[in-house]
Design a protein around this ligand. Structure first.
Ligand SMILES: Cc1cc2nc3c(=O)[nH]c(=O)nc-3n(C[C@H](O)[C@H](O)[C@H](O)COP(=O)(O)OP(=O)(O)OC[C@H]3O[C@@H](n4cnc5c(N)ncnc54)[C@H](O)[C@@H]3O)c2cc1C
Length: 276
């Protein structure tokens, strides 16, 4: 099948982009890497009257060190993040997550902002950014606003973005030198979407821990009670029993296979956190 007819504009900056979205009153879609939107257009699951191509806007393609955080522009590609190994101090997890997304050809085009806006339950960035405690920066013609990432994904393929919003960037807090992270995803073949996944971070210096699992639910699920215990007690809070109980407490209705995969993904992410 081929996409239905649509108009196409390539705005010169973000202000022109949001003006085009507002003018279209819900009929427009932003185009970033096109790796999710392209198939949706071809299958006619999306039928916008206008595509607003933001993929070449310089302001959305920046990676900036803001001191306590890294600010990653929405149109930064997965492969660019993958290739920044050794250069994203305190946020090395981003490089590892990027490297596990799809295949290099898709990573060369797909963007972090496109992935977050698409909000596929099995995608990697929503889970990783929830665990890292990121903030998203959003703009429309009325101005800019920031939102904690944990409030951004509302459900499967549903976010807090309004139809005239553009996601401009994500800010990722840096872990301290003692900070540790773990990320694990089950997939049938390397480079596929996750069937179950988990991300964990632990920063003993600031007594902060976050654990999320993904893919088996519409949005990443926080294991906040277990994370609090780990923040206070460290590795001694981690056991098969505490992980199983934590998953059961927040998602008791998972089928046995999903539950086992979620528990194992969390276990493996935590093993990476506490590996010496
Ligand atoms: C074969 C295959 C395997 C894949 N495997 C994985 C995987 O293992 N893990 C994974 O996480 N992903 C995977 N993906 C998805 C990939 O990461 C996509 O790049 C991503 O989902 C969408 O990013 P994009 O830049 O291509 O966005 P697009 O396809 O251009 O856009 C996607 C949606 O986001 C909106 N959008 C884009 N940019 C913005 C913005 N700045 N602000 C607001 N809305 C915006 C668009 O309007 C559209 O609705 C896979 C894709 C394919 C085709």
């Amino acid at each position: 099948m081929k996409a239905a007819r649509f108009d196409y504009v390539r705005p010169g900056d973000v202000h022109e982009a949001v003006a085009a979205l507002a003018k279209a009153e819900g009929g427009a879609k932003l185009l970033a890497g096109g790796q999710s939107l392209g198939p949706m257009l071809n299958l006619r699951l999306a039928r916008p009257s206008l595509l607003v191509d933001v993929s070449r806007l310089d302001s959305l393609a920046r990676i900036e060190d803001l001191g306590r955080t890294w600010c990653i522009g929405a149109c930064v590609t997965h492969s660019r993040i993958e290739d920044m190994r050794g250069q994203l101090a305190g946020a090395e997890m981003l490089c590892e997550v990027a490297a596990g997304i799809a295949y290099r050809a898709i990573r060369n085009r797909g963007t972090i902002g496109g992935s977050l806006a698409h909000a596929d339950p099995a995608a990697d960035w929503p889970l990783a950014l929830a665990a890292l405690g990121a903030t998203v920066n959003i703009r429309n013609t009325g101005g800019a606003r920031a939102m904690p990432f944990e409030r951004f994904v509302l459900g499967a393929f549903t976010t807090a973005l309004h139809e005239d919003d553009i996601l401009e960037s994500v800010e990722v807090p840096k872990l301290s030198r003692a900070g540790r992270y773990g990320y694990y995803k089950f997939c049938r073949k390397t480079g596929e979407y996750a069937e179950a996944s988990a991300a964990a971070v632990f920063d003993p210096g600031s007594q902060m821990a976050r654990i999320y699992f993904g893919a088996v639910r519409p949005a990443p699920v926080s294991l906040s009670a277990l994370a609090r215990r780990i923040a206070e007690e460290g590795q001694s809070a981690v056991s098969e029993e505490t992980i199983s109980a934590a998953v059961a407490a927040v998602a008791n209705d998972l089928d046995p296979v999903e539950r086992r995969m979620a528990i194992t993904a969390v276990t493996r992410a935590l093993q990476q956190v506490f590996a010496s």
